[in-house]
Design a protein around this ligand. Structure first.
Ligand code: CMC
Length: 431
């Protein structure tokens, strides 16, 4: 016998309204307020979307209290340990882990889309040499809509698929070229015999004057960083992509919007900000000063790499990232790196400090990723572009999911207007 649908009752000035309750596969129940304005003439108010589900999704689930993250049902620890990035990309895009044949086919497709239209090189050269690579990425990815017209018709599923493949394939080339341009080195073209992560490392670090051998441990660590950042349900940049897409904008424009949002220090920009903070702290004896500043309500300083809107427990990505950091630092022989000493001590102090304990502020993924990336030789300005290239598959999977829902609508939040009521216009000479 099927259960009767559950409802919640809202009473406004003595009139009651029944709101349907949806039960998700996991996570809290969701009150459906879609008809509320039509029936009761009121809006709900939730700046920052702290209690609002903006869409239905089957891609990623986070249990912030327990520190759980799954993609299509698979825990992130399993995916980071047993799969590799392109396998996870397939899972996110198509909903299931690929068979060996499907994976081979997908890898071939992605590998054969990694080159950029040759004229795009001119586009890079239009930027100032000191441009932040994120500025270059926002511009270049947006400009893809001008280079790949044959994959901008969002009503055609095949074009949507080609755009998805192009974005996943070309993003490492774009990020690497943004880096090469700012350091004044020639662009390195992708090579089809290399895997996704090795190709990226080579495009970043090879120079024409000498051979570049990709270290498999570094390539594995790079791949794991990509995997750990692949998707994170309805975060700010993903919601930005969905909102941009809701107007019917083309995929390249939508992903450029996501990159722009990711850039902020409260989101993807935190990895750069975190490493810069560790450098500023400089030595273990200065940590208490920064902890006090983070706790001071009158000081805007926050401990970068700590806290999360959803996780009120250890970020599961941070757990894997920490293991990876140990592995990479040992390989590179930099375990005594002073930055790492500061990071370890900061983590220890913050995890035991009553302020951080009470507010459930744990290290997040950005706390450890910067340490690995710096040890690998990336400048801090490349940290967020690497996050952007990793997250592209998440954005594009969420975009694809949204477009395949026939009921999707343009996103149009309402507001709590607190401005002036209608008033008489005053001519300029009387103001
Ligand atoms: N250092 C010191 N205090 C903090 C921190 C921090 N890093 N994060 C939160 N708090 C305090 C905050 O002051 C507030 O205190 P009170 O309740 O007394 O006003 C309380 O904790 C809750 O903070 P919030 O700002 O209301 O929480 P939020 O969910 O809006 O913000 C956050 C989440 C990630 C923006 C925030 O924790 C933060 O700014 N962290 C530092 C930046 C960072 O590491 N971001 C990366 C997030 S993970 C990767 C990603 O998503 O891109």
């Amino acid at each position: 016998m099927s259960e009767a649908p559950r409802t919640a009752t809202l009473t406004i000035d003595g009139t009651t309204y029944d709101l349907p309750i949806h039960s998700p596969t996991s996570g809290p129940d969701v009150l459906d307020i879609r008809k509320l304005y039509g029936q009761a003439g009121v809006f709900t108010y939730d700046p920052g979307f702290t209690s609002t589900a903006s869409c239905e999704s089957t891609i990623t689930y986070i249990d912030g209290e327990e520190g759980v993250l799954t993609h299509r049902g698979y825990p992130i620890g399993d995916l980071a340990g047993k799969s590799h990035y392109l396998e996870v990309c397939y899972l996110l895009l198509y909903g299931e882990l690929p068979t060996a044949a499907q994976l081979e086919d997908f890898e071939t497709t992605i590998t054969h889309h990694t080159m950029l239209h040759e004229q795009m090189g001119n586009f890079f050269r239009g930027f100032r040499r000191d441009a932040h690579p994120m500025a270059v990425m926002v511009g270049v990815v947006g400009a893809m809509s001008a280079f790949y017209h044959d994959s901008t018709d969002i009503s055609d599923p095949r074009q949507r698929e080609i755009a998805s493949h192009r974005l996943i394939a070309k993003m490492p080339t774009i990020a690497a070229w943004a880096y090469k341009y700012t350091i004044g080195q020639p662009f390195v073209y992708p090579r089809n015999d290399l895997d996704y992560a090795s190709n990226f490392l080579r495009m970043c670090f090879a120079v024409p004057a000498e051979e570049y051998e990709v270290n498999p441990i570094l390539s594995r660590a790079m791949d794991r960083i990509f995997t750990l950042h692949a998707d994170h349900e309805q975060n700010a940049s993903t919601s930005t992509v969905r909102l941009a897409s809701s107007s019917g904008a083309n995929p390249f424009a939508c992903i450029a919007a996501g990159i722009a949002c990711l850039w902020g220090p409260a989101h993807g920009g935190a990895n750069q900000a975190c490493l810069e903070m560790l450098k500023e702290i400089g030595s273990v004896d200065r940590i208490p000063e920064y902890i006090e500043r983070a706790k001071d309500k009158n000081d805007p300083f926050r401990l970068m790499g700590f806290g999360h809107r959803v996780y009120k427990n250890m970020d599961p990505r941070a757990t894997v990232m920490k293991e990876s950091a140990d592995e990479v630092l040992e390989l590179l022989g930099v375990e005594d790196n002073p930055l790492l000493q500061v990071a370890k001590e900061l983590e220890h102090i913050a995890l035991n400090d009553p302020y951080f304990k009470e507010k459930k502020l744990f290290p997040n993924v950005d706390f450890y990723s910067g340490i690995i990336l710096e040890a690998m030789g990336f400048p801090t300005s490349m940290f967020t572009p690497i996050f952007a290239l990793s997250r592209t598959v998440g954005w594009i999977s969420q975009w694809k999911e949204q477009l395949s829902d026939p009921a999707h609508k343009i996103g149009r939040p309402r507001q709590l207007y607190l401005g002036e009521d209608v008033r008489s216009y005053t001519d300029i000479e009387n103001r």
